[in-house]
Structures are given as structure tokens and as C-alpha cells.
Design a protein around this ligand. Structure first.
Ligand code: VGL
Ligand code: ZN
Length: 219
């Protein structure tokens, strides 16, 4: 590892406040992520960025309730509460996140007919986001993930990131999950795919031992 990137996944109001799609403990991540960002040479953030009538919203499905299973494009789909509508407060980064460290922001979930948990592709794997090209041009050789939600966007992004490099690290205590059941399954899948699970303290040691310094001076 010479040039690792930190992917800061969906640290948005819609996932940390009670109003939209709250992920338990999501708000606790601001401080650790602020500490992690300046350690990395490349820092990219993602935003869930939906149109108001996105097909993953329960409101698009007659008689449906939030968090029920439904269908979108002929595939099973969790029907989410309305969340992270582009240009609204719910889609904004959480206040206090040090956005000055973000070198690029990738937005996803704009197509109303397919959900997009991964930062690399939509859930049908049809359209790429451009992140892979960005990371390639930046010469990134390892990807660290932190953010929301561990069992959805972090899992799907880590899965797709394996196409880019075999060196994937999910910083477990810098992530929070929607539900314990899906989190346990996500963890199993990561382990089976040789995605490394580590803790914030391990990251600091790993980067220091590899002689890696961040793009911004340490605080
Ligand atoms: C996410 C559910 C719906 C996520 C996004 O960021 O994990 N989860 N949209
Ligand atoms: Zn979403």
C-alpha cells in the first residue's frame, strides 16, 4: 500500500437525524471521521442523492409501508422512507463534518428506476458512477471505507471495490448499521471475500508503519 483512499460514505442529515432514515449511532461518526480524513492522501465522500419520486421510496408503491420489501425493476427492493432528496437538507453533509478535507464528492441514486447502494455502480450494475476512473487516475492502490450504512452502502461499495483492488479495509467502528441482522450478514460476507475489517486504532498504526502521510497536515 502506497496511496490509500478513504471513502467517506453518506454522512448526510437524512441518515443521522430522526426525520428521514435514521441509522442508529450515525451521529457518533463525525468526530472519528474528522480525525481519519487528514491521515489519507486521497479522501472522497459519497452522497445519496435521490429525485423526490425515487423508486426506492415507499411512497412510490401503492399501499406500502416504510421498510417493507417490495420490487423495483423486477428485483426485490427494500422500500425506504423518503430520504436524501437532492438539494434538500436531508441530503446535505452533517454539520460538523470537516468538508474541507474532501477532495471529490460522488453522488449516487439519481436514476428513479434503480437504487444505488454502491458508490461504484447502481444495484443492477448497469451504470458506473465514475469513482473507479477517479481513483485510477489518482493512482489509488488501497481503499478504506467509513460511514453509513455498514449493511447497505458500505457493504455494496466494498463489494464493488474488489474490482478495483484486493486491498479493501472497512473501518468497523467508523461505520453504523441500519439493523443488527443485516449487519451480521454483511460482516460474514466481507470476511468471506477477504475484505479486511479493522478498527480506527489499527488504521493509524497501519498508515504510520507504511510511511503514508495525509494530503493535509495532521491536527
Ligand atoms: C442507504 C438505504 C437507502 C445507505 C441509502 O446509504 O446505506 N441505505 N439508501
Ligand atoms: Zn437511498
Amino acid at each position: 500500500m502506497k496511496n490509500p483512499a478513504l471513502l467517506v460514505v453518506d454522512i448526510q442529515n437524512g441518515f443521522v437525524e430522526e426525520s428521514e432514515l435514521p441509522v442508529p449511532g450515525g451521529g457518533e461518526l463525525i468526530e472519528p471521521i474528522n480525525k481519519l480524513m487528514p491521515l489519507f492522501p486521497v479522501v472522497v465522500a459519497t452522497q445519496d442523492w435521490h429525485p423526490p419520486d425515487h423508486g426506492s421510496f415507499y411512497t412510490r408503491h401503492r399501499g406500502a409501508k416504510p421498510y417493507e420489501m417490495g420490487e423495483l425493476g423486477g428485483e426485490p427492493q427494500v422500500l425506504w422512507p423518503v430520504h436524501c432528496v437532492a438539494g434538500t437538507r436531508g441530503a446535505d453533509f452533517v454539520e460538523g463534518l470537516k468538508v474541507e478535507y474532501l477532495q471529490a464528492v460522488i453522488r449516487k441514486g439519481m436514476d428513479p428506476e434503480v437504487d444505488s447502494y454502491s458508490t461504484f455502480y447502481d444495484n443492477f450494475h448497469r451504470n458506473p458512477s465514475g469513482l473507479r476512473g477517479y481513483l485510477r487516475e489518482r493512482g489509488v492502490d488501497a481503499i478504506f471505507l467509513a460511514g453509513l450504512a455498514f449493511d447497505y452502502c458500505v457493504l455494496y461499495s466494498a463489494r464493488d471495490a474488489l474490482e478495483f483492488t484486493s486491498e479493501i479495509y472497512v473501518i468497523e467502528d467508523a461505520c453504523r448499521a441500519v439493523s443488527p441482522d443485516t449487519a451480521a450478514a454483511a460482516r460474514e460476507e466481507m470476511i468471506s471475500k477477504n475484505i479486511n475489517l479493522l478498527k480506527i486504532g489499527d488504521v493509524v498504526n497501519l498508515l504510520t508503519n507504511s510511511g503514508i502521510s495525509g494530503a493535509f497536515p495532521r491536527e
